[in-house]
Design a protein around this ligand. Structure first.
Ligand SMILES: [Fe+2]
Length: 324
């Protein structure tokens, strides 16, 4: 795209610490981690490598990890407590944090073939999600990921400046059709709407650890821009949603049985490709508690990245600003 990218800034693709190897597999996001066995607790120094890799690479992948549901939950709890999805069917009292996605000829996948970060309709969306492949289709069933920090960087200075300080309205809209038409179902929906009212999150968020700026709107949950009329809001959101569609910012992940993918929900979006029906695909998932989403203040020049384009000699840049 339009941003010059110095590949990996001279660093090797693979690094090893505490016996854990992290190998970069995507340009803007994605690293594979080897040298760990997630069937038992990681040593603290190994865990630190994994935790750092998640923030740096935004998506980390572990291959050949035949772990139990309890192993998955224990691994997730090393990062923070697990959260319970308010709408997805879960494993009940024993493990409400665990979601099992079983898709086959009778249960086609639903609602995940749209770009999104998980659960941004909540005041505090999860910081990360871990997904384990138990059974995968012979072909198909990949998951697409996109770095929304790269997507933000790809916007022009003018657009970065314009969207900084705006707030997106995030709503639980995809879950409304799950409720029936009966009186009881309508009451249940009202109850959930009171529990999960629309939330305002900054359009440009700041990752709490890496401090990278992130374009934090997604077509599944973001329904408007606070303070804009419908036309303006729709046009701007369409433009911003298209940033997630730029192949250069994306990574396509192919699952094998016992592959684990963990993504930083604060800086990425994902899209589960629904091309495998009626083949079977069986996955398990947990989400890890995050915090409030903080964003950049209303734009002033100091919050906007340096000028990306150097105008040819003699061309007036008409108000382009200099690096600070
Ligand atoms: Fe998701």
């Amino acid at each position: 795209m339009n941003k010059p990218f110095e590949f990996n800034q001279g660093r090797p693709l693979a690094t090893a610490r505490a016996g854990v190897t992290v190998t970069k597999v995507g340009v803007h996001l994605g690293a594979e981690i080897s040298g760990v066995d997630l069937r038992s607790p990681l040593a603290d120094d190994q865990f630190k490598v994994v935790e750092d890799a998640l923030v740096e690479h935004e998506l980390i992948i572990f291959r050949r990890q035949d772990i139990s549901s309890n192993n998955l939950m224990d691994f997730g709890r090393r990062f923070n407590e697990l959260t319970v999805h308010p709408f997805a069917p879960n494993e009940g009292k024993n493990a409400p944090e665990l979601i099992k996605f079983r898709n086959d000829e009778k249960t086609p996948p639903y609602g995940t073939d749209v770009w999104h970060s998980d659960e941004t309709f909540r005041a505090e969306p999860p910081m990360a999600t871990i997904l384990v492949a138990k059974e995968v289709p012979q072909v198909g069933g990949d998951t697409m990921y996109v770095s929304m920090s790269a997507a933000y960087e790809g916007l022009s200075d003018r657009m970065q400046q314009f969207v900084s300080g705006l707030e997106g309205i995030h709503d639980m809209k995809p879950f409304r059709p799950l409720f029936g038409k009966s009186e009881e179902e309508r009451k249940k929906l009202q109850h959930f709407e009171l529990m999960y009212p629309p939330q305002l999150h900054p359009v440009v968020s700041i990752h709490p650890v890496s401090k990278k700026k992130v374009l934090f709107v997604n077509p599944q949950f973001t329904v408007g821009i606070n303070g804009m009329n419908e036309n303006e809001s729709r046009a701007l959101l369409d433009l911003l949603f298209r940033q997630a569609l730029v192949p250069e910012y994306q990574f396509r992940h192919h699952w094998e049985p016992h592959t684990i993918a963990m993504w930083d929900n604060r800086s990425t979006q994902h899209y589960a490709i629904h091309d495998y029906y009626p083949q079977r695909r069986y996955m398990e998932r947990v989400t890890i508690k995050g915090g409030p989403v903080s964003g950049v203040p209303r734009a002033d020049l100091s919050t906007v990245r340096r000028l990306k384009y150097v105008a040819p000699a003699g061309v007036d840049t008409h108000g382009g600003h200099k690096p600070h």
